[in-house]
Design a protein around this ligand. Structure first.
Ligand SMILES: [Zn+2]
Length: 302
């Protein structure tokens, strides 16, 4: 009887070991993806299996800083990098920058990239204090300071779009520019009739101002139509280069949605150009990558 008991115990131990090995194999990759989303050292993401199904990638850049010389230095480097990766990007440029530096705008446009509006003065399209409070809490600022930096009414915002477009057209000639990114991104705008009303009235066809939120188990925000405008959500901003949230890439790919990344050339130095290069090479190594401008992305999905 004792040997019988011994065999059962041994079998149970073997079974336990087998179950442990199987769960290790099954759960570790899932854990790694999760770790990548949260920014823990995930590693190895770009050496995973190659995906034949296309990954559409939109690269966008917000150019907005009048005082920062970094933009004039980094933009040509970014253009070179985009050329290297055979990618056309979307550049959202404020009217004031276009007035100050029309050569930079011409350079971007003549390289075949898409131009978008980013307001004339880079103020926030906020029309009430409760929205200002949302932005304030997201940026750890006071409500008053955000409100001071806002357009506050639809007419002021509309006029700013007008001045922005005029400045870009003055630099590059009479082309159609109907893509917009707001100077501050918050989810709440998806419901703001004033915001979309002004964009619609001005003839904006594509807006890319809604940011995906991966901080909790939310579903992926897909490209939608709001007030006659195609909303192309932003997947990640500059911090993807620092915090390496690679997991969001597979999350978007699985959802059949494009990756829309946005960067601030004012924050770029040679080091960041290298990081962006690595990111793009990594994506290309793992996915059948197709680079699209935000306008083209909107056309495909709408
Ligand atoms: Zn901006």
């Amino acid at each position: 009887m004792n040997t019988m008991k011994g065999i059962v115990v041994k079998l149970a131990i073997v079974l336990l070991i087998l179950v442990s090995i199987i769960s290790f194999i099954v759960f570790i990759p899932a854990y790694t993806e999760f770790a990548d989303i949260t920014g823990l050292p995930g590693s190895g993401f770009f050496t995973g299996p190659y995906h034949d199904r296309e990954l559409r990638v939109s690269l966008s850049f917000d150019i907005e800083d009048l005082d920062d010389e970094n933009e004039t230095i980094s933009v040509p480097l970014i253009l070179e990098l985009l050329d290297k990766h055979k990618a056309k990007g979307t550049f959202f440029i404020t009217g004031k920058v276009a007035e100050k530096n029309p050569d930079l705008v011409r350079k971007i446009h003549s390289a075949g990239h898409e131009l978008g509006l980013h307001t004339h003065e880079h103020l926030f399209p906020l029309f009430n204090k409760s929205d200002a409070a949302l932005v304030a809490s997201a940026n750890s600022k006071s409500v008053e300071s955000i409100w001071t930096m806002s357009y506050r009414n639809q007419t002021a915002f509309y006029n700013s779009l007008k001045a922005n477009r005029e400045a870009l057209i003055k630099a590059v000639g009479d082309i159609n520019i109907s893509i917009f990114r707001s100077p501050c991104l918050i989810p709440r705008w998806a419901e703001s009739p004033e915001y979309f009303g002004a964009l619609n009235q001005f003839g904006i066809s594509v807006d890319s101002s809604y940011i995906q939120d991966f901080s909790y188990a939310s579903t992926v925000r897909t490209i939608t139509e709001k007030y006659g405008i195609t909303e192309v959500p932003v997947t990640k901003s500059d911090d993807i280069l620092e915090i390496k949230h690679w997991g969001v890439i597979s999350k978007m790919h699985e959802a059949g949605q494009p990756i829309v990344l946005f960067f601030h050339p004012k924050k770029f130095e040679q080091r960041e150009i290298g990081k962006l290069d690595e990111l793009l090479s990594g994506i290309e190594n793992r996915y059948k990558t197709v680079y699209l401008t935000i306008g083209d992305t909107a056309n495909i999905y709408s």
